[in-house]
Design a protein around this ligand. Structure first.
Ligand code: CO
Ligand code: CO
Length: 367
């Protein structure tokens, strides 16, 4: 599986000006090698050249860990003394193409630290973005990846079921978030959650990316809960909105509008479907209910090893939806100082339909 990914990437490289791709510690490195490294003050860089021969630059003391790689790697280990690191970068460059290399970087993971080391190793290196190539590769999920995401959905849904009984008048958002995190871990999530759960109540729910605070829940509050689990590196990202006690008439109308927008987008046939069509399907429902100005974000985003990746389900995005993509559908309406509603599901594109992986009930639940 990892070997296939390397081969696919090197085929993309053959068609490109980039000589080699340098990938920092993080999700793409794990995706291509099976090695899990965090960004730290010491560089760990996976290098892939044309012809698919990969190498890795890493700290000497991680040699045992590097042996766990799922692909064959030429090792370039450096000692603790930072003064000697550039020399190892130079050796690695020479192993590939020599010093006049065009290096492809991942814009969201590249750092000054590694760029400077490459520049110290050679004054003839230039850098380009390799984002498109990596996104293209990671966007289409294989069967194992789909299975992991299904599992991450299951874990997340189970964790919320267990958390709902504590949601009552007087409890704080923060306390609900803590309980949800504990339940996610107990239900089997990896310890590294994809993101801090959002628990946004009452007027706070009008902020799509609210951080759980010390507000105590009141009767009539709408509560937006956006949470996810991670398993074998893969994540889920779900949102449900609940109401406490009794629902106000306008908020109920908003809820039903968002629910219909979510359903409409999820039931689009996949044939000739572009990202922007999906976004428009949800947006038109919200526009025609008169809330267009209050749907302030895109309709969804891809999920996988990261909580936000391609394809982005957004206006003007011409990416064609194809078999193997997994992304969120998450329309929302946010009325400042009143409250908000978002319903977020995870869908898998088969050849003909969008299959919804999330099954948590979407009817307005009064807690
Ligand atoms: Co979310
Ligand atoms: Co999301």
């Amino acid at each position: 599986m990892y070997q296939t990914r390397i081969e696919k990437l090197s085929r993309l490289l053959e068609k490109d000006q980039i000589d080699l791709i340098a990938i920092n510690a993080g999700q793409s490195l794990a995706y291509l090698s099976g090695l899990h490294f965090h960004l730290s003050e010491r560089p760990t860089v996976l290098l892939i050249g044309k012809g698919g021969k990969p190498a890795i630059i890493f700290p000497e003391f991680e040699r045992e860990k590097v042996k766990d790689a799922q692909i064959e790697l030429t090792p370039f280990a450096y000692p603790e003394n930072p003064a000697l690191w550039a020399e190892i970068f130079e050796k690695a460059l020479n192993y590939f193409i020599g010093k006049k290399a065009i290096i492809g970087l991942e814009p969201t993971a590249a750092r000054f630290l590694e760029i400077k080391l490459f520049q110290e190793a050679s004054d003839a290196v230039t850098f380009r973005s390799a984002a498109l190539m990596l996104e293209h590769l990671r966007m289409i999920k294989d069967e194992d990846e789909v299975e992991c995401i299904r599992e991450a959905v299951k874990i997340a849904q189970m964790a919320l079921e267990r958390t709902i009984p504590i949601i009552k008048v007087g409890i704080t958002e923060h306390a609900i978030a803590n309980e949800l995190v504990i339940n996610l871990l107990r239900c089997g999530s990896d310890p590294e959650l994809p993101f801090t759960p959002i628990i946004a109540s009452g007027p706070n729910s009008a902020n799509p990316h609210a951080f759980p605070g010390n507000r105590e829940l009141k009767d009539g509050d709408f509560i937006v809960i956006d949470w996810g689990a991670r398993t074998k590196g893969y994540i889920s990202d779900i949102t449900r909105t609940f109401v406490l006690g009794s629902a106000d008439e306008e908020m109920t109308k908003i809820y039903e509008t968002v629910k219909l927008a979510n359903e409409t987008a999820r039931s689009m046939p996949v044939k000739n479907l572009l990202s922007e069509n999906l976004d428009a399907a949800a947006r038109e429902i919200i526009n025609s209910a008169g809330y267009g100005d209050y749907f302030t974000h895109r309709t969804g985003h891809g999920i996988g090893l990261e909580a936000h990746e391609e394809p982005y389900i957004a206006p003007q995005n011409k990416t064609e939806i194809t078999h193997g993509m997994i992304f969120t559908i998450e329309p929302g309406i946010y009325i400042p100082s009143k409250g908000g509603v978002r319903i977020e599901d995870n869908v898998f594109a088969s050849k003909s339909d969008l299959m919804t992986l999330t099954s948590f009930d979407r009817t307005l639940k009064i807690l």
